[in-house]
Write a protein that binds this ligand. Structure first.
Ligand code: PMP
Length: 417
C-alpha cells in the first residue's frame, strides 16, 4: 500500500551534520547546525539549568500528571511577561493569550494554523490567497510549516547580497505596496539565516507602515537574549509594535537562550484587541488555541516547562540566567571579533562586499552570512572540512579559540580560489 511513496530528501542541515560526523579529518569544524557550543566545542548546559534540575530532582511533590492543555500555568504567565515586559499594557488589560508549545517550531505551527482558520481578512479564501509573507531568505523550516497548515508562503525582499546588509528600501516598498492587512513574518531579533537586523529607527519605520496598512505582524522570536546578551533589548521590536497597537502574535523558543533544544519548550502569544469573551476577545482566541493543542498533542510536556518556570519566577535564578545568556552572547561576539581581525589584519582577505568584513562584526546572533558564494562554500567543506550551508551561512557558535585560525585560513583560501 506504500508503493507510490516517493523518497523525500533529508533535511539539509541534518545531512551536513551527518557528513561532519563521518569525517575523520582532525581539524574538521561543524558550522552548520544552530546550536551553541562552548569554547571547547562542547554542548553547553547552562549552570542555571543544572541548578533548576537539582531543585526539581529533590522536589518530592512533583508528579507526572498531565499538564493543563494550555501548559504549566506558572510558565505560561511568566513567558508572556518575558517577551512583552512585566509592565506591558496588553498583559495588564488581559489581552494576551499564551499557550505552551513544542518549542518555537510548534509555536510557528499553531500561529499559522490559527490564522489559517480565524484571520478575518482570509475567511472564505483559498490556500493560494492565504499568503504569509516571509523574508528572503528565512529559516528554512518556515515555508514547510506554513505550507503544512494551508498557507502559501511568499518571499519579501529583506537581504541585499551586494551590501551583505538589509535591503531597507525594497523592504519598505514591499510593505507599502502589499495588500492591506497582509500577514508578514518578522524575526524579532537575530535574523536567521542572515544575522542582519533592522536598527531601532528602521524598526520604527517598519512599524509605521504596518500601522498605516493594517498589516499583521507574525513575530518569530527564537533568540531573545541570545542576540545582544540582553533580554529586554532583544524584545524591543515586539514591544514597540505592541505599543503601536499593531495586531500581532509572537512565537517564543527556549531552545537557544536556555540551551533547552531537546526539551521542546516554547510558547505562542497572541495579542487580542479586547479582553474576555467578546468579539475579538482574548477568551475566544484562547478557546480556539486550546482546541488546536488538544487535537495535536493533547497536553504539552512538563520537564522543560518546569525548568523555565523556576528560572523565570525566581529572582535569583533569573539573575543567574541573565549571566549565562551573557556568557553565550559575549563568547559569540568575541569570536566575531577574532574572525574579523584574522581576515582583515592577518590574511588581508579580499572581502565579498563593499564594506570589507564589517558584516562579520555587525551581524547579530548565532549566524553570520559570510557573503561566500556557493563555489566558495563547497571549497570550505571539501578542502577545509568546514561544514557550512551553501548559502554562505556559518554558525558562530561552532567557532572557538582552537579552530578560529583554521576557519579564517580556509575562508581566505576559498575566497582566493
Ligand atoms: N524560528 C527560527 C527563526 C529559528 O531559527 C528556529 C531554530 N532554528 C526556530 C524558529 C525554532 O526552533 P525550535 O523549534 O528548536 O525552538
Amino acid at each position: 500500500v506504500f508503493h507510490s511513496t516517493p523518497y523525500a530528501p533529508p533535511d539539509a542541515i541534518f545531512a551536513l551534520t551527518a557528513g561532519y560526523q563521518q569525517d575523520k579529518f582532525d581539524k574538521k569544524v561543524n558550522l552548520g547546525v544552530g546550536a551553541y557550543r562552548d569554547n571547547e566545542g562542547k554542548p553547553f548546559v547552562l549552570p542555571v539549568v543544572r541548578k533548576a534540575k537539582q531543585i526539581l530532582a529533590s522536589d518530592d511533590s512533583i508528579d507526572h500528571e498531565y499538564l493543563p492543555i494550555a501548559g504549566l500555568p506558572s510558565f505560561v504567565s511568566a513567558t508572556s511577561k518575558l517577551i512583552f515586559g512585566a509592565d506591558s499594557r496588553a498583559i495588564k488589560e488581559d489581552r494576551v493569550v499564551t499557550i505552551q508549545t513544542i518549542s518555537g517550531t510548534g509555536a510557528n505551527h499553531y500561529g499559522g494554523a490559527f490564522l489559517q482558520r480565524f484571520y478575518e481578512p482570509w475567511l472564505g479564501k483559498s490556500k493560494e490567497e492565504k499568503k504569509i509573507y516571509v523574508s528572503n531568505p528565512t529559516w528554512a523550516n518556515h515555508k514547510a510549516i506554513f505550507n503544512s497548515v494551508g498557507l502559501t508562503p511568499v518571499d519579501y525582499p529583506y537581504y541585499d547580497s551586494s551590501t551583505i546588509g538589509l535591503a531597507l528600501s525594497s523592504f519598505l516598498d514591499f510593505l507599502r505596496t502589499a495588500p492591506a492587512q497582509s500577514v508578514i513574518l518578522l524575526h524579532a531579533c537575530a535574523h536567521n539565516p542572515t544575522g542582519v537586523d533592522p536598527t531601532r529607527d528602521e524598526w520604527k519605520e517598519i512599524a509605521k507602515i504596518f500601522k498605516e496598512k493594517g498589516h499583521f505582524a507574525f513575530f518569530d522570536c527564537a533568540y531573545q537574549g541570545f542576540a545582544s546578551g540582553d533580554l529586554d533589548n532583544d524584545a524591543w521590536a515586539v514591544r514597540h509594535f505592541v505599543s503601536e497597537s499593531i495586531p500581532l502574535l509572537v512565537c517564543q523558543s527556549y531552545a537557544k537562550n536556555a540551551g533547552l533544544y531537546g526539551e521542546r519548550i516554547g510558547a505562542l502569544n497572541i495579542v487580542a484587541s479586547h479582553a474576555g469573551d467578546v468579539e475579538g476577545g482574548a477568551a475566544r482566541i484562547k478557546s480556539q488555541l486550546l482546541i488546536l493543542q488538544r487535537q495535536e498533542i493533547s497536553n504539552p510536556p512538563t520537564f522543560g516547562a518546569r525548568i523555565v518556570s523556576l528560572i523565570l519566577n525566581d529572582e535569583k535564578l533569573f539573575a543567574e540566567w541573565k549571566e549565562d545568556i551573557e556568557t553565550m552572547a559575549h563568547r559569540i561576539i568575541a569570536m566575531r571579533e577574532r574572525l574579523h581581525a584574522l581576515l582583515v589584519d592577518k590574511y588581508k582577505t579580499p572581502a565579498p562586499g563593499p564594506n570589507g568584513w564589517d558584516h562579520v562584526v555587525k551581524q547579530i546572533g548565532m549566524f553570520t552570512f559570510t557573503g561566500l558564494n556557493p563555489t566558495q562554500c563547497k571549497a570550505m567543506v571539501e578542502k577545509g572540512h568546514i561544514y557550512m550551508t551553501a548559502n554562505g551561512r556559518i554558525s558562530m557558535a561552532g567557532i572557538n579559540d582552537k579552530n578560529v585560525e583554521w576557519v579564517a585560513e580556509c575562508i581566505d583560501k576559498a575566497i582566493r580560489g
